[in-house]
Design a protein around this ligand. Sequence first.
Ligand code: UT7
Length: 325
Amino acid sequence: MATIRSVVRGCGYHLPERVLTNAELSRMVDTSHEWIVQRTGIEERRIAAEDETTSTLGLKAAEKALADARLTPADIDLIVVATSTPDFTFPSVATQIQAGLGITHGAAFDLQAVCTGFVYAVATADKFLTSGSHKRALVIGAETFSRILDWTDRTTCVLFGDGAGALVLEAQLGTGTSEDRGVLTSHLRSDGRHREKLYVDGGPGSTKTCGFLRMQGKEVFKHAVGMVTDVITDAFKATRTSAADIDWFVPHQANKRIIDATAEKLGIPSEKVVMTVQRHGNTSAASIPLALGVARADGRIKEGDLVMIEAMGGGFTWGAALIRW
Ligand code: UT7
């Protein structure tokens, strides 16, 4: 049956130039390169310069995605930005990127689901496009987590980094089967009872400051694998596909051990797993589009490939989407 699909037209990413290595971190807090690599897989991360913000990183990623799609800003009528580190409480990062691109039509808004933000943003844009209300969307994950880290807390400051990635999605007619190109299914979940395990201890409505990230890492770890395998299984069921059909598994990049355990539980071989955590650290909502951008640019992800994205993070929130590229 003819169905509208949100098809990936382009992909781009942008990273700050400044690389922060584990060796440098071990001179700032009581940690070591060995501990960080063994527990997380992270070797280095990027840190935004003084004059870089979430919207400047996101704008550069968006420009690259548009160039990759061979489209101009005038072709875009929807911008959805997933971020938990906006430049300001308002206006949204999305409207700042819209202005930076010179777009004066359509709609732009931010969406906040912490590390699951990009999966939420893909699912949201997909609903707009498949409803017929919008034609082409920029879906962006952009973060400057370095700005909400307590740089004296070794349990969190070694884990995160800054960056941005973007997809251009376009409404196209498909046949309604899992052979179609585009977002085939998306599954979003949340459970606010887990607030204390991963949160920021400030905000405009409480402390009137932006606060610092606090995490009970072990508690988050305990839930992560089970939650994401659940939603991935839902995505397989909804599309009558299985792990064997996947060409690329592009998970949220928080911890190599979580990624390895999830892939093993699902029976996805390591050659099909896109891993960027070693270079980028955890960039929250930016981590999936950064990993997609890297794997697209180096020729791994090709048109027609079946790509599973998934994430879990603060809230808790978690989700997965299956996309045929
Ligand atoms: O993206 C959102 C979702 N977030 C996540 O997915 C993060 C999930 N959690 C994790 O990735 C892991 O739990 C961490 C990487 C945060 C921690 O790894 P862990 O294996 O769970 O270690 P742990 O918290 O149990 O800590 C083990 C030890 C502790 O020392 P004691 O109590 O055993 O003496 C920590 O104090 O390691 C210590 N430790 C460190 N040592 C050196 C904690 N942080 C550090 C550090 N360097 N940076």
